[in-house]
Design a protein. Structure first.
Length: 309
């Protein structure tokens, strides 16, 4: 570590996704838990903000009032994009309400998840059947559409944070490399440690290759035995979640100390978001959210640190 890196302020905030309390894709996992419970518990633990889920208001002013009541910020929110199938113009029209919701609540990034042809929500489709672009030209055209779409978001003060994800077109380390090579700076990368590992890569190596493009970070740990079972037993993505493939930082195999240090040394500014879908009946929401927070807080506070104003 250089002396300059050692003294550089680490301008991050720690947030969380409500998926550990209530899973939008699997309502049986905490679907009965009120949003108020997640917000109150998250704030009590120490989190500064929440990413959005299906239970949040979709009107900008109502969302702002709700979050202010808990002293929390809106971190960002998932957008189900379909640029693998439709035009930039169609995507711009579709995103308008969500973009307004984020922009008017001070969000700097939008989580973009490609759901066209994706199998991540299919309970009986094994992961190996995930979609792939038929050739490099198709990937190139996709990258061009993403770049144009990202340029539109930036006009509204929001950067596209592309979420590489199991069961989708961009899953593996090679997919991420091609995505970054075929898109412009208008497209940022959401680095998700858990999906990086599950997708067959070394999370730290992926971060090192693309750290200049990382604009948002999901901190998700993994249980390696479940990763192996997911492929050997031909599980779907939802099967893997139900069997506990993911957990919070500090409860699995990923070296978050190295990840946090690399982000700090590079001067990353933004959110570290705990996002680990689990069954709250098996992994109690408050206890696991607190563990994830304590892990990240200790790592962040171990370096020169100040809160973002």
């Amino acid at each position: 570590m250089t002396d300059q890196a050692a003294t550089r302020p680490f301008e991050v905030k720690i947030g969380i996704n409500p998926i550990g309390w209530s899973n939008d894709d699997l309502p049986a996992l905490g679907g009965e838990t009120p949003l108020a419970t997640a917000l109150a518990e998250g704030r009590a633990i120490g989190y500064q903000g929440f990413e959005l889920g299906n239970k949040f208001p979709r009107e900008p002013a109502a969302l702002r009032v709700l979050m202010a009541a808990y002293g929390l910020e809106v971190v960002s929110g998932w957008y189900s994009g379909r640029l693998a199938q439709r035009s930039v113009e169609e995507e711009i029209a579709a995103v308008a309400p969500h973009l307004r919701l984020l922009a008017e609540n001070g969000c700097a990034v939008m989580v973009y998840g490609e759901v066209a042809d994706a199998i991540q929500g299919e309970p009986s489709v094994p992961l190996y059947k995930r979609p792939r672009f038929r050739d490099d030209d198709a990937f190139k055209r996709y990258g061009e559409r993403l770049t144009a779409f990202g340029r539109h978001l930036l006009r509204h003060g929001v950067r596209l944070a592309y979420h590489h994800h199991m069961g989708a077109y961009v899953e593996s380390p090679g997919d991420i490399d091609r995505l970054m090579a075929r898109t412009g700076q208008e497209v940022g990368l959401l680095f998700d440690s858990g999906h990086a590992y599950f997708g067959g890569g070394d999370p730290l190596a992926i971060l090192d290759r693309h750290i200049d493009r990382v604009c948002h970070v999901h901190c998700k740990d993994v249980r390696p035995a479940m990763v192996r079972h997911a492929f050997n037993r031909q599980w779907s993505f939802l099967d893997a979640v139900l069997n506990g493939v993911f957990t919070v930082p500090g409860d699995g195999a990923i070296d978050f100390a190295a990840i946090v240090e690399r982000l700090r040394a590079h001067g990353y500014r933004g959110w570290l978001v705990v996002e680990a879908e689990q069954d709250p009946a098996v992994a109690p929401s408050y206890a696991y959210a607190a563990k994830g927070y304590r892990t990240l807080r200790a790592l962040v506070d171990g370096s020169p640190y100040r809160e973002v104003a």
